[in-house]
Design a binder for this molecule. Structure first.
Ligand code: MSP
Length: 520
């Protein structure tokens, strides 16, 4: 990542052909957690998400529904925005590829490629998967002629296309990956891409004839063709960065100097199924126009049920919004972040969901309610001025571990460290026995110490858990008499003595323990 105090994070832009589901929610929450963590650590963040609105898939779906493609896109863009609001996603910009600004940037980008002699005309003949909008070779699809990603049948197409000279950039791309071991994370995915690049890299078809597909952005040099939807979609990151101003004349549009914009992105977060487009097509396209490549690409795994990826067509999708109704948004976020090792696969089961939820309720929630109610009961709701803070070293350790884990993109570990701090604080309560200290007037100073220590640790927990549980940590900050959730540095330096705390309902209420059985 960059050494600056700014970070530009992106999610994939989701196809506007269907409703948001747990897969989309996972990528988006993961990005949100990183964005929030960096904001909590005092950095300026641009968090981009949006919808991918052109292409065959959208055109077909609109036709199926008997509506215009743009009507379908308007509806779905709204659905995604609503879903992200209910899931607490703090995006700064929601881009739609049907926006005029984006269309103009795509056009400028393609024109620049054309001017740099990076495009030629040819004929494409081969296999195509409409669902994933991807071409496949005979070898890829095997005898049963199915898409390598979704398993659906592919169709044979033969058409005049424009091609980007992607093959010219193969050596530069390999160098980029080899010189920057952390450029593609995790390593297993990096090796996969390096393996893929051992074969000669072909050129990339970047257009579709309008006779087959009209729902797209016109090529600036041939209006009988539209841009291939993946090229259109990838450029969204650049549009949102503000680097390119297509209203300016050629040569002044920003392709030669990105200073002052958010380009290059610090991190593209994607699922492993769309890593090739992001780590091969996209960087070579950028090299083709002479722009810097993104600083890092994180490919995460899949949520699976049994051995299969959750997907709409398989009918095994868990609706995260439904879980939200029973457990609250933060519990869903917590489960998704804590349960899946960043980069790996994880399988959803109601039992695991409940186990993770119990951690929130019994460790973090319980600590907050007992600490606050004891301050109310023994000190009239005002945090006493206690001498030492027995948990301070622990808090520092949790903070530095969380920072290190986030830097290594081990999000699950960052929150494991935070939960360990809450656990340590519960152990501290058991050891100090404040209820016994309260009974003995000779131990008033010790009780002050216990209560103030707990208040101090709660502020740090509030700041640390905010990225994953923003709603509940907002409530906790209120109860602790704070003016909003503090940053990590503010939390560690906070002075709680003299603040009034307010009790309230459990942050994470217990749920019916038979819930998991009824879900199975
Ligand atoms: N529109 C393209 C992306 C263009 S980005 C320039 C696209 N859209 S998508 O709607 O299919 O969303 C894909 C994202 O959702 C990927 O990151 C993918 O990995 C993620 N998921 C879809 N199902 C998933 C799971 N079951 N589990 C985890 N994430 C998965 O591809």
């Amino acid at each position: 990542m960059s050494g600056t105090d700014r970070r530009f994070f992106t999610t994939p832009i989701y196809y506007a052909s269907g409703e948001p589901h747990i897969g989309h929610a996972y990528t988006t929450i993961l990005t949100d957690v990183l964005a929030r963590f960096h904001r909590q650590d005092g950095r300026d963040v641009l968090f981009l998400t949006g919808t991918d609105e052109h292409g065959q898939k959208i055109q077909d779906e609109a036709e199926k529904r008997g509506v215009e493609p743009i009507e379908l896109c308007d509806l779905m863009a709204e659905r995604f925005e609503e879903a992200w609001k209910t899931l607490g996603i703090s995006y700064d910009r929601f881009i739609r590829t049907t926006e005029d600004e984006h269309k103009a940037v795509v056009s400028a980008f393609l024109k620049r490629l054309w001017d740099r002699d990076q495009i030629y005309q040819g004929t494409y003949s081969g296999w195509y998967c409409v669902s994933d909008e991807r071409y496949w070779t005979e070898k890829d699809i095997g005898e049963d002629r199915r898409c390598q990603i979704c398993g659906r049948e592919v169709t044979y197409v033969e058409e005049k296309n424009y091609f980007f000279k992607m093959s010219e950039w193969q050596d530069d791309l390999i160098k980029q990956i080899e010189d920057n071991p952390e450029w593609i994370v995790p390593e297993v995915r990096r090796n996969e891409i390096l393996g893929f690049l051992r074969q000669p890299l072909g050129d990339l078809s970047i257009s579709r004839p309008k006779s087959r597909l009209s729902w797209g952005i016109d090529l600036p040099f041939d209006t009988d063709h539209v841009a291939y939807v993946w090229v259109d979609a990838l450029i969204n990151y650049l549009t949102a960065s503000g680097a390119i101003d297509p209203s300016k004349p050629d040569g002044e549009q920003g392709f030669d100097d990105v200073t002052g914009s958010w380009w290059p992105a610090d991190m593209h977060l994607v699922g492993k199924d769309i890593l090739t487009t992001h780590s091969v097509y996209w960087p070579t396209l950028l090299m083709g126009v002479g722009l810097p490549v993104p600083r890092q690409i994180l490919a995460h795994g899949w949520w699976v049920v049994g051995d299969t990826k959750m997907s709409k067509s398989l009918g095994n999708v868990v609706d995260p919004l439904a879980l939200r109704e029973t457990f609250g948004t933060d519990a869903v976020r917590w489960y998704l972040m804590r349960e899946m090792p960043t980069g790996g696969d994880a399988s959803y089961t109601p039992e695991r969901f409940l186990t993770r939820y119990d951690e929130l309720a019994n460790v973090l929630g319980n600590l907050a309610s007992r600490a606050i109610s004891m301050i109310v009961k023994y000190r009239n709701g005002v945090v006493p001025d206690g001498a030492s803070n027995g948990l301070e070293p622990h808090a520092h350790e949790a903070l530095s571990e969380a920072r290190a884990s986030i830097a290594r993109l081990k999000v699950h570990e960052a929150f494991a460290s935070a939960m360990d701090l809450a656990r340590a604080a519960n152990v501290y309560v058991e050891e100090r026995q404040p209820w016994a200290q309260a009974k003995d007037p000779a131990q008033a100073a010790e009780l002050d110490e216990t209560l103030s220590t707990l208040a101090q640790v709660l502020v740090v927990l509030c700041a640390l858990f905010q990225p994953v549980a923003p709603e509940k940590m907002g409530v906790l900050a209120d109860r602790l008499g704070l003016d909003g959730v503090p940053t990590l540095d503010e939390a560690i330096a906070a002075r709680m003595a003299g603040r009034s705390v307010t009790p309230g309902n459990p942050l994470f209420p217990r749920v019916d323990p038979t819930w998991a059985d009824s879900e199975a």
